[in-house]
Every structure is written in structure tokens, then in C-alpha cells.
Design a binder for this molecule. Structure first.
Ligand code: PXP
Length: 237
């Protein structure tokens, strides 16, 4: 069954807006697990505008489900990851000032670089996922890097879903099928929400994990985080 990993970046953004420790990011992560989340995702960025390096270290000792850390594999990032050893590392080709991830890796162009990083992370026994656009070629080359999974960037899915849900599914089918055919694990993330999540999982039930942040926090403003997590779990089921 597909696991729900809650991305808690937005909680850190809120905390950082005022300084101090409110809301408590670590407690929020633990409570998400208590309410049924099967994983916690963070995306620490070099400028620490939301999740800070210190958060990553603290979270490691508190999270009892799957800890997924996303980021661009700079030397600094790899050093932190090797220290923390989360369950999964998701490699994302974002630049330091990028507002949010908006594309996947060109796994063909960066094959050698990614191979080196995957090897290094595997040596520390972490699962590695590579963020890719919904292009079967990129999935094929992700396999050649030695990665365990791909995470399909679902931003374009969410956008098209608003106009034509079936076309949105069809846009992702070749890449999702390619991952299954190659035996690569399939993750998905970005702009998934309570409306578009269920059809995605129904079309691609072999999806191992979805990581969702923005929409969960927005929904939680109205319904609270406990009920919201249940709503997302029900959508997956
Ligand atoms: N996956 C990746 C690689 C991301 O960078 C993000 C955003 O940090 C997400 C998933 C979650 O996206 P959203 O906040 O839109 O749910």
C-alpha cells in the first residue's frame, strides 16, 4: 500500500516567520506519526529558510516511521545526510534560491554524477530516490544510476488535472509503467491534494510513497492536522 509521508517544511516556515519555537516542528512531526502518517519528509535548503540543519539532526532522533530528506546533493548536503542516515534520500536538482522544486533531473545528462552520489549513499545504507519529470527515458536512466526509486514530479499532473483529469493521468502513465516494468520503486510528489491524489493512486496503485506538504498544511488550517491526515489516508485507501 502507498505510504503517506508528510512534508513539514511549511511548519518550519511558520516558525521562522517569528523566530522562537512556535509551532514546534519536532512535536508536529511526532504528532503526524501519531495521527497515522507513515513518514516525515523535509527539504532543508542551504539558506535554512524553512527546515534548518539543526532540525534535521533533532528529527532524526524522534522519528519512528520513515524519514525522507530531499535535496540537491552538494558536498554539504551529503555530509549531513551521511551523518543523519535517514531511511530515504530524494535527490532533487533545485538551485539554492528556487522557491520550490519545479523540475526533475535529466538523468541521462547527469548519469555519472548521480551514479557517484547513489553509490556514496548506498555505502551508508540509505534508500535513494531520484526526482524526475514524467518521462520514461528519465526513468530508464534513473535505473542506470543504481537508485532504488524515482519520485515523479507531479506539479504538471496537478495543473492539468484541474482541466482534464483523464489527460493528466495519461500524461503520467508511460513513466509510471516504465518504473514498474524496470522494478524501480515509484514515489510521487508536488502539488498533490485531496482532489487529485485518489485518481493518481487508483491509476498507479504500485506507487510506494507520496510526499505531500503544502495542501496538507492548507487543509489542516480548517480541519486540524489529525483529521487532515485521516482524510489523506482515506484517499490513498
Ligand atoms: N517532492 C519534492 C521533491 C519537493 O521538493 C516537494 C516540496 O518541497 C514535495 C514533494 C512536496 O510538494 P507539496 O508541498 O506541493 O506537497
Amino acid at each position: 500500500m502507498t505510504k503517506l509521508s508528510v512534508n513539514i517544511n511549511k511548519v518550519a516556515t511558520l516558525r521562522n516567520a517569528r523566530g522562537g519555537g512556535m509551532p514546534d516542528v519536532q512535536r508536529f512531526a511526532v504528532d503526524c506519526e501519531l495521527f497515522g502518517a507513515q513518514g516525515i519528509t523535509v527539504h532543508p535548503r542551504p539558506d535554512e529558510r524553512h527546515i534548518r540543519k539543526e532540525d534535521v539532526y533533532q528529527l532524526k532522533s524522534m522519528i519512528t516511521t520513515e524519514f525522507n530528506i530531499e535535496g540537491n546533493p552538494t558536498d554539504e548536503f551529503i555530509e549531513m545526510i551521511t551523518d543523519v542516515r535517514p531511511t530515504q534520500v530524494t535527490l532533487v536538482p533545485d538551485t539554492p534560491l528556487q522557491l520550490t522544486s519545479n523540475h526533475g533531473w535529466n538523468t541521462k545528462k547527469y548519469l555519472d554524477k548521480l551514479k557517484g552520489v547513489v553509490n556514496q549513499l548506498h555505502a551508508s545504507r540509505m534508500r535513494v530516490s531520484i526526482f524526475v519529470d514524467p518521462d520514461p527515458k528519465m526513468v530508464e536512466y534513473a535505473l542506470k544510476t543504481g537508485a532504488d526509486r524515482v519520485e515523479l514530479y507531479t506539479g504538471p499532473y496537478a495543473e492539468l488535472f484541474e482541466k482534464d483529469p483523464q489527460a493528466a493521468i495519461e500524461m503520467y502513465r508511460p513513466a509510471a509503467m516504465k518504473a514498474r516494468e524496470l522494478g524501480l520503486g515509484l514515489n510521487a510528489g508536488h502539488d498533490l491534494n485531496l482532489k487529485n491524489l485518489k485518481p493518481f493512486i487508483q491509476a498507479f496503485p504500485w506507487t510506494a510513497e507520496v510526499s505531500i506538504g503544502h495542501a496538507i498544511i492548507c487543509d489542516a488550517l480548517y480541519h486540524g492536522i489529525q483529521e487532515t491526515i485521516q482524510d489523506y489516508l482515506n484517499a490513498i485507501r
